[in-house]
Ligand binder design. Structure first.
Ligand SMILES: *[C@@H]1O[C@H](CO)[C@@H](O)[C@H](O)[C@H]1NC(C)=O
Ligand SMILES: *[C@@H]1O[C@H](CO)[C@@H](O)[C@H](O)[C@H]1NC(C)=O
Ligand SMILES: *[C@@H]1O[C@H](CO)[C@@H](O)[C@H](O)[C@H]1NC(C)=O
Ligand SMILES: *[C@@H]1O[C@H](CO)[C@@H](O)[C@H](O)[C@H]1NC(C)=O
Ligand SMILES: *[C@@H]1O[C@H](CO)[C@@H](O)[C@H](O)[C@H]1NC(C)=O
Ligand SMILES: *[C@@H]1O[C@H](CO)[C@@H](O)[C@H](O)[C@H]1NC(C)=O
Length: 703
């Protein structure tokens, strides 16, 4: 069977995917995959890469320990499973790290072109009895780096088969979150830990700021590893990006210059980092000037940048940056900049703040207009606005170039279920492009390997803080102080605004589907509830949400700041763990997700999705006033325009729609159905956000 050699189907044949799809649906979904060529020529591109993030390996994890905050899966008796305590705040057992690498080796290793690894490869500092130390933080980081290097070693044993691009997580340093301006010992040490991944000619700049890029397809595509700790509001060791003395400012200068080079060379760039540029009406993760500049850069380099890929948040979601939020005064830190009232987001989002955060995103998205859709040969147009003025008027910003997309991938650490993402991109015209070859391959090993002990010995941080506790105290002060700095004068008011794309330049791969555009991704997850195979006994009466009521505003209080997970208060009935065979399976794929309906991963596709997620009925009053009804109808019509998926829900709505508008009961019913449908995309998004761990009933509580 010819298809057997195709990537996804090979997985099926290994019995690895317990796909909810039937075989034919799976085949259809995989039809976009290209047939591999049979020659044994040098590596060729597959149009696929792995994004893995937030591994958080924990050497103190003990199976059948307690998920209580005080125990953190390190001790006591409880329901911690062999491969991790799903839905809890415990970190990752080594067994899960091993199993993840084994799965990658068996299933995707030979089918990917590069790996994006967005940080946090150390445990959290969550156990007072065993505070983290340098050896541990660097130890697990070295371990993961070595695992990647071994798995992807080229035959010479000195180099790699494919490029791997790491980046700093806020837990990869000590105390967490605080990275002082470089050069410093952390940067120096990581330039050794990641020596196989950082191109030799960039080691110097890496030691200065922790940023670098790799030409993953030489002369075609580069992946930028941004040191987002220098943008991170929680990093008390640096200031915002407004002053030239700050490393965040310098990093953005470097990025601007590099993206300019990329443009000159006709190359495209994927930007990656740990902390995403999340920013809602009330909260943000980056310093405002950093966010402003980054967004400005991406607007000006919209012909170059494909997408931004981030981690840190553990929840599966995406962000849309709006260039209309850029104010030049804010970029340079001028006093007359609009007052920024956003608070820094909590360090580790509790479930409550996660819920709030997602609702805020939805709120923002509810203000979006549906983009004009595109098709070959012109604008199909007729967005929600266009529809009202019939007659083929020109659509403004047909490619959605006002916006930018950041994809935030969820984590290996099983705050929900462990999960990883395989993205696919268009390699049309690149079938015979020369692929990346590890330059280290031809070097003497002695040039590469440095004295690790020596580097470690000298790792004395220019630290302000003895411990995280001191740091917390300081950030609290910082928070209070955080008011508009009225007298602040910018040290350097001149902002170098990058040139926009040439007037004649076609839209970039982030905006119109072309070579190097992302075409979709498959999200894999491991169902630990199934795999851990815990037979739960001695069930105490502490059942999550037992007494929840629909009218309870704080219904998610059951998700405590420290989450004990779905088995809290329970113990395994069998003394010996008896797990099933570990495997990742497909959670969903954008290629066939009937509700997401993403025909590609361009900005417009996500603006459209965000628009649909943002749509909601005005209030829950079913017998609402007529005008609201009208608005609803309009919204539903707009969505139905390009409905391609069919499911009962939708068909029902369609039928009702065709009937003449009635009054009374029928109207009520109709409206209820519409609401159901209106919230469906939102709930589906939430289901993905929490990696399928929330029950249907729980999802409904988000309104
Ligand atoms: C993980 O794999 C390493 C070898 O890479 C092995 O030494 C270690 O014992 C394994 N740990 C677990 C918990 O399976
Ligand atoms: C891939 O890029 C080529 C060349 O730009 C384009 O013709 C084709 O439609 C793209 N394929 C997809 C699936 O977007
Ligand atoms: C995970 O496995 C459990 C136990 O087999 C099952 O009840 C649950 O539905 C599964 N969850 C998902 C998202 O597949
Ligand atoms: C639920 O309510 C019952 C009766 O009001 C109470 O006895 C029990 O402790 C409650 N359970 C939880 C988990 O709050
Ligand atoms: C699951 O656990 C039970 C009880 O420990 C054991 O009898 C069974 O063999 C396990 N299943 C698998 C597939 O290992
Ligand atoms: C849909 O969500 C809105 C708020 O976003 C809520 O008021 C309404 O009750 C929900 N409708 C249904 C049918 O759940």
């Amino acid at each position: 069977m010819a298809l057997q050699r195709v990537w996804g189907l090979a997985l099926l044949c290994h019995g690895v995917i317990a796909s909810p799809l039937g075989a034919s649906a799976a085949e259809a979904a995989l039809a976009h995959h290209q047939e591999p060529q049979a020659d044994a020529a040098p590596r060729r591109l597959h149009g696929r890469f792995l994004h893995i993030t937030d591994l958080h390996p924990d050497e103190f994890y003990r199976v059948h320990s307690s998920t209580d905050e005080a125990d953190a899966c390190h001790r006591g008796k409880g329901p911690a499973g062999t491969y991790g305590a799903e839905t809890s705040d415990c970190d990752t057992p080594f067994a899960l790290v091993n199993a993840t690498f084994d799965w990658i080796a068996a299933n995707i290793k030979d089918d990917i072109d590069f790996i994006i690894w967005t940080g946090d490869s150390a445990r959290h500092d969550s156990d007072e009895d065993v505070p983290r130390n340098q050896d541990q933080v660097l130890g697990t980081n070295r371990w993961i780096a070595d695992k990647f290097a071994q798995l992807f070693a080229d035959p010479s044993g000195r180099g790699l088969n494919i490029p791997i691009i790491p980046t700093f997580g806020n837990n990869d340093i000590l105390p967490h979150n605080i990275l002082l301006p470089g050069p410093n010992k952390w940067l120096q040490t990581y330039s050794d830990v990641w020596r196989k991944f950082i191109p030799e000619e960039q080691r110097h700049s890496f030691q200065f700021g922790g940023w670098f890029y790799v030409e993953v397809i030489p002369n075609k595509l580069a992946v930028f590893s941004l040191n987002t700790l220098y943008f991170f509001d929680r990093n008390a060791g640096v200031d915002d990006c407004a002053s030239p003395s700050q490393p965040g400012y310098k990093q953005l200068d470097w990025l601007r210059v590099q993206l300019q080079f990329m443009r000159q060379r006709g190359m495209k760039a994927i930007l990656t980092g740990h902390v995403p540029p999340a920013r809602t009406d009330n909260k943000q993760l980056w310093g405002e000037a950093c966010w402003q500049k980054y967004t400005l850069w991406l607007t000006q380099f919209r012909d170059v940048v494909v997408v931004g890929l981030y981690g840190h948040m553990n929840i599966d979601h995406f962000l849309i940056q709006d260039s209309h939020d850029v104010h030049l005064a804010s970029v340079s830190g001028f006093a007359e900049a609009p007052v920024n009232t956003r608070e820094a987001m909590e360090d580790e989002l509790s479930a409550q703040s996660t819920a709030d955060y997602l609702q805020e995103l939805r709120q923002d998205w509810s203000k979006l207009d549906r983009p004009a859709t595109t098709k070959p040969g012109g604008i199909k147009g007729e967005g929600r606005r266009g529809k009202k003025k019939k007659g083929g008027k020109k659509v403004k910003d047909p490619w959605g170039e006002r916006y930018q997309l950041s994809l935030v991938s969820p984590s290996i650490v099983p705050n929900y279920f462990p999960t990883l993402r395989v993205l696919e991109y268009n390699i049309s015209g690149l079938e015979h492009a020369p692929t990346w070859v590890d330059p280290f391959k031809n070097r003497q090993p002695s040039v590469i390997i440095e004295d690790q002990d020596e580097a470690q010995k000298h790792l004395d941080l220019r630290g302000l803080y003895e411990s995280d506790t001191d740091f917390e105290a300081d950030t609290k002060n910082k928070k209070h102080k955080k008011k508009p700095k009225k007298d602040k004068k910018p040290k350097d008011p001149t902002v170098v605004i990058p040139d926009p794309p040439a007037k004649t330049a076609p839209p970039g791969p982030g905006y119109s589907a072309q070579s190097l555009s992302l075409t979709g991704y498959t999200q894999f997850f491991a169902n630990l509830t199934h795999i851990n195979n815990l037979t739960i006994g001695e069930i105490s009466d502490l059942v999550d949400g037992e007494n929840r009521s629909d009218n309870d505003d704080s219904w998610w209080d059951w998700l405590l700041k420290w989450r004990q997970g779905k088995h809290r208060g329970k113990k395994p009935a069998h003394p010996k763990p008896n797990p099933r065979e570990f495997q990742f399976e497909v959670e969903y794929s954008t290629f066939d997700d009937k509700i997401y309906k993403l025909k590609d991963l361009t900005v417009n596709s996500f603006v459209d999705l965000a628009y649909r997620i943002g749509r909601k009925a005005k209030g829950s009053d079913v017998s609402g006033v007529e005008s609201e009804n009208e608005e609803d109808e309009d919204a539903t019509d707009a969505e139905d325009d390009d409905d391609t998926g069919s499911d009962e829900d939708e068909l029902e709505v369609d039928k009702t729609k065709k009937k003449k508008k009635g009054k009374g009961k029928k109207d009520k019913k109709k409206k209820q159905k519409k609401q159901k449908k209106v919230n469906r995309t939102w709930r589906h998004f939430l289901d993905h956000a929490f990696v399928g761990t929330l029950e249907k009933e729980d999802l409904k509580k988000f309104s």
